[in-house]
Design a protein around this ligand. Structure first.
Ligand SMILES: [Mn+2]
Length: 392
């Protein structure tokens, strides 16, 4: 079918009158676009082809192509200048979330510092300890803190999201974190469990899912087939009491640690940040789920395949003056595992699946800040099946 006939309204009607089963065309073909019906769009102008052959033959074009292909080759096709000035990517028009805290600033007393005036702890230098995805592995968290002789009076613990789910003792991890007065950020698993918690305690139940009897009683939420969320999220949500749920809800999306010498401004998030977008405007879904950024469109994605967001993050930071650079500490990507770069520190080393639980320890000092990685081996709490199915 030629282009004109395909786009014309009468052709669409004709197609529409046929039984839909006989049509092999995608549904999008049946929608009517403005350019198809509005005479303002003069098709003869819009569709006129530029003289491509002349462009292709020009020397300047050939030269640009050669440089572009070289940049592609060395992985530098990303142009930071595209996203300066407040940023354009990853900023969706979205509703304001009222039950989620976007940013929290870490109390100044916990920020590692240098110089004679720095605060000292009970047993010497103060430390900031950031731990990646604990996923309910309470024993391992205890072992890790023990290994670094963690002292809650001089050290401060930050959990980089996904404290809960998958592992044996999510409630125990929350309780330990509260007892240690730890800071935290919201991971994709906290987010889902909090949504399930909200649904469980809502005065009005959400509409039933497609697999559910619309007259089902509340007890049927036990059914694994219930159309909303995941039964594992609901199972944990049911175990949460009001105080624990409130504590989780208070974990911000982004913990702004502040300036640390030699690291610049430091932020802790669960999955990642989109380069060039202010912290206030970072999209919550991306912050909790992203792993890669599409090289062509610069759209962030939770997919594993593609360019790691940290690669573009690093290029972007290097394009900024030193004083404006930012380091992100994150978790979420157990497939990449421990991943320490100059501007990003990835700490999810797959504890719950039999990997390690890892901490980045940042220590104050008279002359300089010290950074150290400490980790412990974990038991394997996951079946082969759930390793394949589950998200980080
Ligand atoms: Mn995660």
């Amino acid at each position: 079918m030629d282009r004109e006939r395909r786009g014309s309204w009468s052709a669409q009607q004709e197609q529409r009158n046929k039984p839909w089963t006989s049509s092999r065309r995608p549904l999008v073909d049946f929608t009517k676009n403005d350019w198809q019906t509005n005479p303002r769009h003069d098709q003869s102008d819009d569709l006129q082809e530029p003289p491509y052959t002349t462009i292709f033959r020009s020397q300047r074009f050939m030269r640009h192509m050669a440089v572009y292909m070289w940049l592609e080759d060395v992985g530098l096709s990303y142009k930071p200048s595209n996203i300066s000035g407040g940023g354009r990517y990853g900023v969706n028009v979205r509703p304001k979330f009222t039950d989620m805290l976007q940013i929290k600033a870490l109390d100044k007393q916990f920020v590692p510092s240098t110089g004679m005036g720095r605060l000292l702890g009970e047993d010497g230098e103060r430390r900031l300890v950031v731990v990646g995805d604990v996923h309910g592995c309470k024993d391992e968290l205890v072992k890790l803190l023990h290994k670094m002789s963690f002292n809650p009076k001089s050290d401060h613990l930050v959990l980089a999201g996904d404290l809960i789910k998958k592992g044996p003792d999510s409630i125990g991890v929350i309780d330990l974190a509260r007892q240690l007065k730890a800071s935290c950020v919201r991971g994709n698993h906290e987010d889902r469990v909090l949504l399930a918690y909200r649904d469980l305690h809502a005065k009005h139940l959400p509409l039933p899912g497609p697999m559910e009897d619309p007259h089902a009683m509340i007890d049927d939420l036990d059914e694994e087939l219930f159309g909303h969320g995941n039964h594992k999220d609901r199972k944990l949500a049911r175990k949460l009491d009001h105080e624990r749920a409130e504590w989780l809800r208070d974990c911000p999306l982004i913990l702004n640690v502040g300036d640390i010498e030699s690291m610049g401004e430091v932020a802790v998030v669960h999955a990642g940040l989109v380069p060039g977008v202010d912290l206030e405007n970072q999209d919550p879904f991306n912050v909790m789920n992203m792993r890669t950024i599409d090289r062509d469109t610069l759209v962030p994605s939770s997919k594993r395949k593609g360019v790691a967001w940290t690669k573009l993050w690093k290029l972007y930071q290097q394009s900024l003056p030193h004083k404006d650079r930012m380091t992100v500490i994150y978790g979420h990507d157990s497939h990449r595992g421990l991943s320490i770069g100059p501007y990003s520190k990835g700490l999810d080393s797959g504890c719950v699946g039999g990997g390690r639980l890892t901490a980045l320890v940042i220590e104050s000092g008279e002359k300089k800040i010290r950074q150290e990685i400490v980790s412990v081996k974990c038991k394997d709490y996951q079946s082969k099946e759930s390793k394949k199915d589950e998200d980080d």
